[in-house]
Design a protein around this ligand. Structure first.
Ligand SMILES: *[C@@H]1O[C@H](CO)[C@@H](O)[C@H](O)[C@H]1NC(C)=O
Ligand SMILES: *[C@@H]1O[C@H](CO)[C@@H](O)[C@H](O)[C@H]1NC(C)=O
Length: 493
């Protein structure tokens, strides 16, 4: 039990632990930290930036944000490039993953009008990172769609593949000389959840319909940008491009056949919808998803399945459209089968037809379902290796929202446990992981949780007009780790 485990002082470790209780970090494992534009930049309407769906959502649906807050100012990173790059450098991370705000570069969403001030901001950030020996990793889209495009249906309009491609071209043209690692989309399931429920922007409540239209369109848009980069940029710019998908592990609650099947079904609805078309030999949406949605759609009186289909050409176009898999892992759930809901209003929850729960004894932070379950991380990595032909995996997010604001020993334990598990997966199971990224560089606007969930390695004082950053125990932990390259079985500060 983690909570009862003896906690040791990092500085004393050198003489309290034997050699067998520490291990060296693999040489080819790069370390990074991450943020996203809307969560940290602020300056929501400065220097020509257009509105995004998150600007609109927080301004018009403040009741959906736990503390009624907005990202209008957030960490004000738009004005703090120097300060923030220094934070990364001080810890000693080799890479920094951030996202570009589409509407800061293209205020109207389309590539006819480029906002030079926005370009200047990202140029400044990229140049400062490189000058400090930090490799930039750019996410093209981390949830902040231009509001102008949402008015035209956003991710439910199939023309979005064109819009996204045109935006990506502008980004590659301006930054591709220096950026060599690209992530098209962050967490497509959560992008599409915005067309399922009111709890993420744009808050279109169309479960079982809009979210599946979105699923088809995000995959085609992703593939379009992958092929654009391959065909027009990779030979001259020499970078690599992939997608980031979130993988909560779903463990069968019992060994019964129905629960084992239910947990696999849940995985396919949760991440398979997005990963299966790209990373499996056969491509396309997972069979169990197609089957479940088709059966309920028919019973509900729909003429066709609510899950749109791909043509054979589209399946081929999407299949293999990634140089690596970006994987976000936070937590694990137990999954049980359940009695199907009566036929009525469509919903993806009814299509999936499972119940999830967590062990209340697992360590918990300020978001109740982000519990620390390192063994689930290892299961995810093995699942990916087995089902997707052993791809190269970049861990693009992993982290914990500790309740302790500065002395975040819960996060230190979380990180240390997950890193030990990761090394087991690499060394024992042979998974091909080449990067590990902490979420996040600093406390920031955590979507509908507002400022109530602090994932940062640095504390941000949101009451202080300077938004002062203070390194937490977890920042000191990583600084030590980057210096010594030595991972201990047990630590704290
Ligand atoms: C929503 O908020 C935005 C500001 O982000 C504002 O421009 C827009 O008019 C608002 N819409 C409504 C319907 O209030
Ligand atoms: C990991 O994947 C990369 C890219 O495909 C490859 O070059 C490398 O050899 C792989 N490493 C292992 C240990 O499989």
């Amino acid at each position: 039990m983690r909570t009862s485990r003896k906690i040791l002082i990092l500085l004393l470790l050198h003489f309290t632990l034997g050699k067998e209780e520490s291990r060296q970090l693999p040489k080819n494992l790069a370390f990074a930290t991450a943020t996203s534009s809307y969560q940290i930049e602020g300056a929501w309407n400065e220097d020509g930036k257009g509105e995004s769906i998150w600007d609109d959502y927080v301004h018009n649906h403040s009741d959906k944000i736990i503390d009624g807050s907005t990202g209008d100012i957030a960490c004000d990173s738009y004005h703090k490039t120097e300060v923030d790059v220094d934070l990364i450098k001080n810890i000693g991370f080799q890479r920094y993953r951030f996202s570009i705000s589409w509407s800061r570069i293209l205020p109207g969403g389309f590539s006819n009008a480029i906002n030079e001030e926005g370009v200047k901001y990202y140029n400044g950030l990229i140049d400062k990172l490189i000058a400090n020996g930090i490799t930039p990793i750019v996410t093209l889209y981390h949830w902040d769609l231009p509001q102008t495009l949402q008015k035209l249906g956003g991710w439910t309009n199939s023309l979005i593949a064109d819009w996204f491609e045109n935006y990506a071209r502008v980004v590659f043209d301006h930054f591709g000389d220096r950026v060599k690692l690209w992530i098209t989309l962050n967490q497509p399931r959560q992008i599409c959840f915005g067309y399922s429920s009111k709890y993420l922007a744009p808050g279109v409540e169309s479960s079982g319909l809009g979210e599946y239209m979105c699923a088809r369109n995000v995959l085609l848009a992703h593939a379009r940008v992958f092929h654009l980069y391959k065909n027009s940029y990779q030979s001259t710019q020499g970078g690599r491009i992939g997608i980031t998908i979130k993988y909560p592990w779903k463990e069968p609650a019992t060994s019964s056949v129905t629960d084992v099947e239910a947990s696999e079904r849940d995985r396919q609805f949760e991440f398979g919808i997005y990963a299966h078309p790209i990373y499996t030999k056969g491509g396309d949406f997972p069979h169990v998803v197609k089957e479940s949605v088709a059966a309920r759609s028919k019973a509900e009186g729909f003429h066709k399945s609510r899950l749109p289909s791909f043509s054979d050409d589209e399946i081929k176009y999407i299949r293999g459209s990634a140089d690596f898999l970006g994987l976000n892992y936070y937590t694990t759930f137990y999954t049980k089968d359940r009695i199907p809901s009566p036929i009525g209003e469509p919903s993806s929850e009814k299509d999936t037809n499972v119940v999830n729960h967590q062990d209340p004894n697992w360590p918990t932070g300020s978001l109740h379902d982000f519990k620390s379950v390192p063994w689930g991380f290892r299961k995810v990595l093995n699942y990916v290796k087995k089902n997707y032909g052993d791809p190269e995996v970049l861990i693009t997010e992993n982290g914990f929202p500790d309740v302790e604001e500065i002395n975040d020993v819960g996060s230190v334990s979380y990180y240390n446990d997950h890193l030990n598990t990761l090394l087991d997966a690499i060394e024992v199971d042979g998974v091909n992981v080449t990067m590990y990224t902490t979420w996040s560089l600093m406390d920031n606007f955590e979507w509908t949780a507002g400022y109530t969930a602090r994932f940062g390695l640095h504390h941000v004082d949101f009451e202080n007009p300077d938004l002062k950053r203070t390194p937490k125990a977890s920042a000191r932990y990583f600084k030590e780790l980057m210096k010594t390259k030595t991972l201990w079985k047990n630590v704290t500060l």
